[in-house]
Design a protein around this ligand. Structure first.
Ligand SMILES: *Cc1c(COP(=O)(O)O)cnc(C)c1O
Length: 442
């Protein structure tokens, strides 16, 4: 039996020939469908034993961890009665408040990933049988709905349309239809990390108010906290859920939940039996109670260090940097898309996230193989497509401890992988990114 290598002695020549045989590319996407791309996997039976230099991590979580943070996480723990433990927790809570845009209320830290933040929020706000409205925005809203459903809630959902941000009008209509006010809360994902769409949080608060509905607004800011402008107070968000391993630049393992007084009140009235996740129980001044057991000191030390870095750089500058770098990535993807085989998943440029860019690949191209090639041969770690985009997209993370050279390195490595794999792409993506960075006014 012929292996693919034998059938196609050179993947690149094969593609070039195929392209040359198509006299007029009437439609680039139909061209892409007519080509059978050799998968780069066939050319990368390549297991490096050592990777020289540095590898670029451009996944939308986990993100690169700064040395200050890994150093902090490697410190020895304190005994539990040491006032240093209380001080450590207090610093994390205080320094998170400006990032969350929350002055009153409470900041809770759970020794869990982001899903634990979801679990805590669901358990505290609504009892089984009660209703929440989940705004459709992508794979993460689907997963959140599944989570709430599994915990016994009645889940009402708005539809989501591929490549578009969620529509606040649908939320307003759903709330108006709920004249008995059974919906306890509206759950909105700020940046859906799968689609790369960022929703306009303020517009959803306005929709709830326009419907005259008392539902709380709960925002999942796991992928946007510390990257995109956000403020619970200014945006009318009652509960915000974050996690440590994205723009906050810490290892995974901490969920961050900001809760305002109104949401605390709703949770006090909620009859769901709960213990570990219970907000009220965790308001204790005792650190052992705050964490329902031993506080995760290493992660807290890391978070304290990362928040120190964020405030030292200045929160506004951190957000501006994310915007600049996202613009550079988008400039490159825009240029690449001229080759006809790649395109933005998010069709509305203003709704493209500053944290992650999802790039759709034409049918016939194996996005997973491209990712393997980028990782193994060019040392660029990017993420794959999720949900129905599995194998059909890749995602470039551009959040956390990144800068212009890491972004340019990531884009150059990806461009090299595209070239190596023989995937048609518009030339000059890296140039376009350089230009975008040189034009950035902030
Ligand atoms: C990463 C992510 C989550 C899940 O966080 P885990 O830490 O993996 O549980 C939830 N929501 C969004 C928007 C995310 O990006």
């Amino acid at each position: 039996m012929l292996g693919r290598q034998d059938a196609f002695p050179s993947a690149r020549t094969f593609v070039l020939k195929a392209v040359q045989q198509i006299p007029v590319m009437s439609s680039l996407s139909s061209c892409a469908r007519r080509l059978t791309y050799p998968t780069p996997k066939d050319r990368t039976v390549f297991t490096p034993t050592r990777r020289s230099g540095i590898s670029f991590l451009h996944s939308p979580g986990p993100t690169p961890i700064p040395k200050e943070v890994t150093d902090a996480m490697s410190r020895q723990p304190m005994e539990l009665g040491d006032p240093g433990v209380d001080a450590l927790i207090a610093t994390c809570e205080t320094q998170l408040r400006p990032v969350l845009g929350l002055e009153g209320g409470d900041v809770f830290l759970f020794n869990s990933n982001g899903h634990g933040g979801w679990e805590a929020t669901i358990a505290n706000l609504a009892a089984p049988g009660q209703c929440v409205l989940i705004v459709g925005s992508g794979t993460f809203s689907d997963a959140w709905a599944e989570h709430a459903d599994a915990m016994g809630l009645k889940v009402v959902r708005t539809d989501w349309q591929e490549g578009l941000p969620a529509d606040p009008k649908e939320v307003e209509a759903a709330l108006r239809a709920d004249d008995k006010h059974q919906i306890v809360a509206v759950f909105l994902v700020h940046t859906d990390t799968a689609s790369g769409v960022t929703n306009d949080v303020k517009a959803f608060r306005a929709a709830i108010d326009a419907a005259g509905h008392p539902a709380l607004l709960v925002a999942d800011v796991v992928a946007s906290l510390g990257a995109a402008p956000f403020s619970m107070q200014e945006m009318g968000v009652n509960v915000a859920i974050g996690a440590s391993q994205k723009a906050l630049m810490v290892a995974s393992g901490l969920a961050i939940v900001g809760v305002d007084e109104r949401a605390m009140e709703v949770s006090r009235r909620n009859t769901t039996p709960r213990y570990y996740w219970d907000w009220e129980r965790r308001r204790s001044p005792l650190s052992y109670r705050k964490f329902c057991g031993t506080p995760p000191q290493a992660l807290l030390m890391g978070l304290e260090a990362s928040l120190g870095l964020i405030h030292r750089e200045g929160l506004n500058e951190v957000l501006a940097r994310h915007r600049r770098l996202a613009t550079a990535v988008q400039a490159a993807v825009s240029r690449w898309s001229e080759g006809g085989a790649l395109d933005f998943f998010v069709k509305v440029p203003e709704a493209r996230s500053v944290s992650v860019t999802t790039v759709r690949v034409a049918p016939g191209i194996d996005a997973e193989a491209l990712r393997t090639l980028a990782r193994d041969r060019f040392q660029v770690g990017i993420a794959g497509g999720l949900g129905q985009m599995g194998g059909k997209a890749f995602r470039i993370g551009h959040l956390g401890d990144i800068n212009a050279p890491t972004v340019l390195g990531c884009l150059a490595g990806l461009e090299a992988a595209l070239s190596y794999a023989g995937i048609p792409y518009g030339r000059g993506g890296v140039d376009a990114a350089v230009r975008a960075l040189s034009l950035a006014s902030e």
